[in-house]
Design a protein around this ligand. Structure first.
Ligand code: NAD
Ligand code: UDP
Length: 328
């Protein structure tokens, strides 16, 4: 039986990847330090004989007994508010964490797939974004800690691939959503859904004319799975090209949730990309992949998830407390 290590297993994408690999008959080791994740996301797996969980910070040396066939490195804060609050941890998990996982992959002769991001394109001057575009990133801006960690992550991964001949894969993930996103992580979908459910106004940043393109989690997981088993080691965009402005999106959410909330406008965060849409020509050609779940269907599933949260969870809207992870 083949064995896969998934870092960031207690997070949104990591937990769905654990489910997918278990469903496909792999033995899965999940690793997480819970900095932005939640035990609840993997509680249904803890008694499964195919699943083992290790609580560990991947920026520290990683020891795994026995053989390992695949590693998926998904540990990293992913929400702009999270990585603004824990900038050093964000830089470390993308750099030192990735270095540790590359070393582990080399020692085990395992194939490593790293979670990169559309943020490597920064505030893009090319639209839609193809893999050839080098990006427009402000290295010293607030988002730089995430963007540059991910860019370094891609560079060191390609260096291990070229220098050591390691089998590597790089997925550039565009905004992905679905059940198990943290309600208070600050990303736009949980933010709007939480606000609608609590009867609050929806907070649109800037004039709401900035665009995003949202991919449902099952499509993202399928794309990642196909990429891992392809023989392509350069980066591949995985996302849904259906683009929408944030203002129109807020209106869609109001309609979907059947609420009559108003929209209030807040300041646009610095370096917030003005447009984002993946060009997925490469993924289509290489992997025979394209998204299947439309926004209406995906949002409804996601809304049903948020609706199922307890009142306590819904009203505990303050940001996660990171203090125990921060060394003074
Ligand atoms: P998430 O915050 O839900 O999950 C990240 C997980 O990583 C959390 O469980 C967290 O506790 C864990 N983690 C963070 N630092 C760690 C460390 N040092 N050691 C061990 N565990 C650690 O975020 P997500 O949306 O699931 O994102 C997962 C990955 O996908 C990230 O690498 C992110 O950059 C990438 N990504 C996600 C999106 C998206 O739209 N969801 C877009 C682009 C890239
Ligand atoms: N956004 C917003 N209101 C919110 C949260 C986010 O208008 O309450 C905007 C944000 O400024 C950005 C877009 O929604 O333009 C997507 O933000 P998110 O944090 O989800 O991820 P990003 O794509 O910026 O990484």
């Amino acid at each position: 039986m083949e064995k896969v290590l998934i870092t960031g297993a207690a997070g949104f994408l990591g937990s769905h990847l654990c489910d997918k690999f278990i469903k496909e008959g792999f033995q899965v080791i999940g690793m997480d330090n819970f900095i932005t994740g939640d035990k609840k996301n993997i509680s249904h797996l803890l008694d499964n004989p195919l699943f083992q969980f290790i609580e560990h910070d991947v920026t520290e040396f990683i020891k795994i007994e026995g053989e390992l066939d695949y590693i998926l490195h998904f540990a990293s804060p992913a929400s702009p508010i999270d990585y603004l609050k824990i900038p050093i941890q964000t830089l470390k998990v993308g750099s030192l964490g990735t270095h540790n996982l590359l070393g582990l992959a080399k020692a085990k002769n395992a194939r490593l797939l790293i979670a990169s991001t559309s943020e490597v394109y920064g505030d893009p001057l090319v639209h839609p974004q193809t893999e050839e575009y080098y990006g427009n990133v402000n290295t010293i801006g607030p988002r730089g800690v995430y963007d540059e960690a991910k860019r370094f992550q891609e560079s060191i991964t390609m260096a291990y691939h070229r220098f050591h001949g390691l089998e590597t894969r790089i997925v550039r993930i565009f905004n992905t959503y679905g059940p198990r996103m943290r309600l208070n992580d600050g990303r736009v979908i949980p933010a709007f859904m939480g606000q609608a459910l609590r009867g609050e106004d929806l907070t649109v940043f800037g004039d709401g004319m900035q665009t995003r393109s949202f991919c449902y989690v099952s499509d993202q997981v399928d794309g990642i799975y196909k990429l891992l088993f392809s023989d392509y080691s350069n980066p591949v965009n995985i996302g849904n090209p259906h683009e929408i402005t944030i203002k129109d999106f807020a209106e869609e959410i109001i309609k979907l949730t059947g609420t009559d909330q108003k929209i209030t406008y807040k300041e646009l965060p610095k370096d917030d990309p003005l447009q984002r849409q993946p060009d997925i020509t490469l993924a289509k050609k290489l992997l025979g992949w394209e998204p299947k779940v439309g926004r209406e269907e995906g949002m409804l599933k996601t809304f049903n998830y948020f609706k199922s949260l307890t009142k306590d969870e819904l009203y505990k809207s303050e940001h996660k407390d990171f203090s125990k992870h921060i060394r003074k």
